[in-house]
Design a protein around this ligand. Sequence first.
Ligand SMILES: [Zn+2]
Length: 240
Amino acid sequence: MCLTIRRSELYFTLYKIMKGDCNHILVLLGPPGSGKGTQAELLAQKMGFVHYSTGEVFREEMRKKTPLGMKVAEFVSRGDLVPDEVVIAVVEKFVKDNSQNPIVFDGFPRTIPQAQGLDEILIKNQLKLTLVVLIDLRDEEVVLRLSSRRQCRACGKIYNLTFSPPKKNGTCDECGGELYQRQDDKEETVRERLEVYKNQTRPLIDYYQKKKILRRIDGALGRERVFEILSTLVTRPNPE
Ligand SMILES: [Zn+2]
Protein backbone atom coordinates (compact mmCIF):
# COMPACT_ATOMS: atom_id res chain seq x y z
CA MET A 1 0.00 0.00 0.00
CA CYS A 2 1.29 3.42 -0.91
CA LEU A 3 1.16 6.05 1.75
CA THR A 4 0.87 9.67 0.81
CA ILE A 5 1.49 12.43 3.26
CA ARG A 6 1.04 16.11 2.53
CA ARG A 7 4.16 18.18 2.86
CA SER A 8 2.49 20.52 5.36
CA GLU A 9 1.56 17.53 7.56
CA LEU A 10 5.07 16.19 7.39
CA TYR A 11 6.54 19.50 8.52
CA PHE A 12 4.00 19.80 11.30
CA THR A 13 4.93 16.32 12.57
CA LEU A 14 8.63 17.08 12.40
CA TYR A 15 8.04 20.35 14.22
CA LYS A 16 6.16 18.62 17.03
CA ILE A 17 8.82 15.93 17.38
CA MET A 18 11.62 18.51 17.44
CA LYS A 19 9.80 20.61 19.99
CA GLY A 20 9.56 17.45 22.07
CA ASP A 21 5.84 17.71 22.67
CA CYS A 22 4.98 14.80 20.46
CA ASN A 23 2.78 12.33 22.30
CA HIS A 24 4.31 9.13 23.50
CA ILE A 25 3.08 6.12 21.62
CA LEU A 26 4.35 2.93 23.15
CA VAL A 27 4.08 -0.75 22.23
CA LEU A 28 4.61 -3.46 24.86
CA LEU A 29 5.69 -6.91 23.71
CA GLY A 30 6.21 -9.95 25.89
CA PRO A 31 5.25 -13.57 26.41
CA PRO A 32 2.12 -14.63 28.30
CA GLY A 33 2.79 -14.23 32.01
CA SER A 34 5.36 -11.44 31.51
CA GLY A 35 3.01 -8.98 33.19
CA LYS A 36 2.79 -6.57 30.27
CA GLY A 37 -0.91 -6.04 30.90
CA THR A 38 -0.14 -5.03 34.49
CA GLN A 39 2.62 -2.67 33.32
CA ALA A 40 0.26 -1.07 30.79
CA GLU A 41 -2.26 -0.56 33.61
CA LEU A 42 0.43 1.08 35.77
CA LEU A 43 1.36 3.43 32.90
CA ALA A 44 -2.32 4.35 32.67
CA GLN A 45 -2.72 4.95 36.41
CA LYS A 46 0.55 6.74 37.12
CA MET A 47 1.51 8.44 33.87
CA GLY A 48 -1.77 9.23 32.14
CA PHE A 49 -1.45 6.75 29.31
CA VAL A 50 -4.52 5.44 27.52
CA HIS A 51 -4.33 1.65 27.57
CA TYR A 52 -5.15 -0.13 24.31
CA SER A 53 -5.82 -3.76 25.18
CA THR A 54 -6.99 -5.68 22.11
CA GLY A 55 -9.40 -7.90 24.07
CA GLU A 56 -10.96 -5.02 25.97
CA VAL A 57 -11.36 -2.69 23.02
CA PHE A 58 -12.95 -5.53 21.01
CA ARG A 59 -15.38 -6.31 23.84
CA GLU A 60 -16.26 -2.61 24.20
CA GLU A 61 -16.99 -2.22 20.45
CA MET A 62 -19.11 -5.40 20.51
CA ARG A 63 -20.98 -4.29 23.62
CA LYS A 64 -21.82 -0.93 21.98
CA LYS A 65 -22.79 -2.76 18.77
CA THR A 66 -20.83 -0.31 16.61
CA PRO A 67 -20.40 -1.28 12.92
CA LEU A 68 -16.81 -2.30 13.75
CA GLY A 69 -17.97 -4.22 16.82
CA MET A 70 -20.48 -6.17 14.71
CA LYS A 71 -17.71 -7.05 12.29
CA VAL A 72 -15.43 -8.22 15.12
CA ALA A 73 -18.30 -10.27 16.60
CA GLU A 74 -18.76 -12.09 13.29
CA PHE A 75 -15.28 -13.61 13.57
CA VAL A 76 -15.20 -14.02 17.33
CA SER A 77 -18.53 -15.91 17.39
CA ARG A 78 -17.20 -18.38 14.81
CA GLY A 79 -14.02 -18.78 16.85
CA ASP A 80 -11.98 -17.35 13.96
CA LEU A 81 -9.02 -15.03 14.18
CA VAL A 82 -10.04 -11.42 13.52
CA PRO A 83 -8.32 -10.49 10.21
CA ASP A 84 -5.63 -7.80 10.12
CA GLU A 85 -7.73 -5.24 8.22
CA VAL A 86 -10.49 -5.36 10.85
CA VAL A 87 -7.98 -5.17 13.73
CA ILE A 88 -6.31 -2.19 12.04
CA ALA A 89 -9.66 -0.44 11.53
CA VAL A 90 -10.40 -0.82 15.25
CA VAL A 91 -6.99 0.61 16.13
CA GLU A 92 -7.45 3.50 13.71
CA LYS A 93 -10.70 4.51 15.40
CA PHE A 94 -9.06 4.19 18.84
CA VAL A 95 -6.09 6.37 17.85
CA LYS A 96 -8.38 9.04 16.35
CA ASP A 97 -10.45 9.12 19.57
CA ASN A 98 -7.35 9.32 21.77
CA SER A 99 -4.85 11.27 19.68
CA GLN A 100 -4.45 13.90 22.42
CA ASN A 101 -3.14 11.36 24.94
CA PRO A 102 -0.12 9.12 25.23
CA ILE A 103 -1.14 5.58 24.24
CA VAL A 104 0.25 2.21 25.30
CA PHE A 105 -0.54 -0.76 23.05
CA ASP A 106 -0.77 -4.14 24.73
CA GLY A 107 -1.57 -7.19 22.58
CA PHE A 108 -1.17 -5.21 19.36
CA PRO A 109 0.49 -5.43 16.85
CA ARG A 110 0.77 -9.19 16.48
CA THR A 111 1.77 -9.35 12.81
CA ILE A 112 3.97 -7.35 10.44
CA PRO A 113 0.96 -6.09 8.42
CA GLN A 114 -0.51 -4.87 11.73
CA ALA A 115 2.77 -3.14 12.62
CA GLN A 116 2.84 -1.45 9.21
CA GLY A 117 -0.82 -0.53 9.62
CA LEU A 118 -0.01 1.11 12.95
CA ASP A 119 2.82 3.14 11.40
CA GLU A 120 0.45 4.44 8.72
CA ILE A 121 -2.33 5.27 11.19
CA LEU A 122 0.12 7.22 13.35
CA ILE A 123 1.48 9.23 10.43
CA LYS A 124 -2.09 10.08 9.33
CA ASN A 125 -2.74 11.37 12.86
CA GLN A 126 0.57 13.24 13.04
CA LEU A 127 1.84 10.89 15.68
CA LYS A 128 4.87 8.67 15.91
CA LEU A 129 5.73 5.40 17.63
CA THR A 130 8.31 6.50 20.18
CA LEU A 131 9.22 3.27 21.92
CA VAL A 132 8.72 -0.50 21.81
CA VAL A 133 9.51 -2.39 24.99
CA LEU A 134 9.97 -6.14 25.12
CA ILE A 135 9.36 -7.50 28.61
CA ASP A 136 11.32 -10.69 28.25
CA LEU A 137 10.99 -13.83 30.30
CA ARG A 138 12.70 -17.22 30.01
CA ASP A 139 10.49 -20.12 28.91
CA GLU A 140 10.83 -21.93 32.21
CA GLU A 141 9.80 -18.81 34.13
CA VAL A 142 6.72 -18.40 31.90
CA VAL A 143 5.75 -22.03 32.51
CA LEU A 144 6.30 -21.69 36.25
CA ARG A 145 4.29 -18.46 36.51
CA LEU A 146 1.34 -19.61 34.44
CA SER A 147 1.12 -23.22 35.56
CA SER A 148 0.94 -22.13 39.19
CA ARG A 149 -2.12 -19.95 38.56
CA ARG A 150 -5.41 -21.01 40.10
CA GLN A 151 -8.82 -19.42 39.70
CA CYS A 152 -11.84 -19.46 41.98
CA ARG A 153 -14.79 -21.27 40.39
CA ALA A 154 -17.25 -19.06 42.24
CA CYS A 155 -15.94 -15.46 42.08
CA GLY A 156 -13.20 -15.69 39.42
CA LYS A 157 -10.39 -14.35 41.62
CA ILE A 158 -6.94 -15.43 40.44
CA TYR A 159 -4.24 -16.77 42.74
CA ASN A 160 -0.67 -17.83 42.12
CA LEU A 161 0.61 -20.71 44.23
CA THR A 162 4.13 -19.23 44.04
CA PHE A 163 3.55 -15.46 44.27
CA SER A 164 0.14 -14.97 45.87
CA PRO A 165 -1.08 -18.27 47.38
CA PRO A 166 -4.47 -18.55 49.12
CA LYS A 167 -4.44 -18.82 52.92
CA LYS A 168 -6.03 -22.25 52.78
CA ASN A 169 -4.95 -24.74 50.12
CA GLY A 170 -7.46 -25.04 47.26
CA THR A 171 -9.92 -22.54 48.76
CA CYS A 172 -10.68 -18.92 47.80
CA ASP A 173 -9.85 -16.36 50.54
CA GLU A 174 -12.69 -14.10 49.42
CA CYS A 175 -15.62 -16.44 49.08
CA GLY A 176 -14.53 -19.94 50.11
CA GLY A 177 -15.03 -21.22 46.54
CA GLU A 178 -13.00 -24.05 45.04
CA LEU A 179 -9.78 -23.14 43.20
CA TYR A 180 -9.03 -24.85 39.89
CA GLN A 181 -6.47 -24.68 37.09
CA ARG A 182 -7.77 -23.29 33.82
CA GLN A 183 -7.11 -25.34 30.68
CA ASP A 184 -5.15 -22.32 29.36
CA ASP A 185 -2.72 -22.57 32.28
CA LYS A 186 -1.91 -26.30 32.10
CA GLU A 187 1.77 -26.83 31.37
CA GLU A 188 1.21 -28.39 27.94
CA THR A 189 -1.09 -25.57 26.83
CA VAL A 190 1.33 -22.96 28.19
CA ARG A 191 4.16 -24.47 26.10
CA GLU A 192 1.94 -24.36 23.00
CA ARG A 193 0.96 -20.73 23.68
CA LEU A 194 4.64 -19.92 24.09
CA GLU A 195 5.48 -21.40 20.68
CA VAL A 196 2.69 -19.39 19.04
CA TYR A 197 3.93 -16.26 20.78
CA LYS A 198 7.52 -16.77 19.64
CA ASN A 199 6.58 -17.41 16.02
CA GLN A 200 4.40 -14.29 16.03
CA THR A 201 6.76 -12.01 17.87
CA ARG A 202 10.14 -12.83 16.34
CA PRO A 203 9.42 -10.91 13.10
CA LEU A 204 8.09 -7.95 15.13
CA ILE A 205 11.26 -7.84 17.20
CA ASP A 206 13.31 -7.68 13.99
CA TYR A 207 10.99 -5.04 12.54
CA TYR A 208 11.36 -2.71 15.54
CA GLN A 209 15.04 -3.46 16.04
CA LYS A 210 15.69 -2.20 12.51
CA LYS A 211 13.85 1.01 13.39
CA LYS A 212 16.09 1.29 16.47
CA ILE A 213 13.18 1.85 18.87
CA LEU A 214 13.23 -1.51 20.66
CA ARG A 215 14.30 -1.80 24.30
CA ARG A 216 14.34 -4.92 26.48
CA ILE A 217 13.50 -5.32 30.15
CA ASP A 218 14.04 -8.55 32.09
CA GLY A 219 10.55 -9.50 33.26
CA ALA A 220 12.02 -11.68 36.03
CA LEU A 221 12.97 -8.49 37.92
CA GLY A 222 9.41 -8.31 39.20
CA ARG A 223 6.57 -5.87 38.84
CA GLU A 224 7.97 -2.85 40.77
CA ARG A 225 11.48 -2.91 39.29
CA VAL A 226 10.15 -3.50 35.77
CA PHE A 227 7.89 -0.48 36.15
CA GLU A 228 10.78 1.67 37.42
CA ILE A 229 12.85 0.84 34.35
CA LEU A 230 9.86 1.20 32.06
CA SER A 231 8.97 4.66 33.35
CA THR A 232 12.60 5.78 32.96
CA LEU A 233 12.57 4.57 29.35
CA VAL A 234 9.29 6.38 28.73
CA THR A 235 10.64 9.66 30.08
CA ARG A 236 13.83 9.27 28.09
CA PRO A 237 13.05 6.98 25.16
CA ASN A 238 16.50 7.41 23.61
CA PRO A 239 19.00 7.12 26.46
CA GLU A 240 22.10 7.10 24.25
ZN1 LIG B 1 -13.84 -16.82 45.26
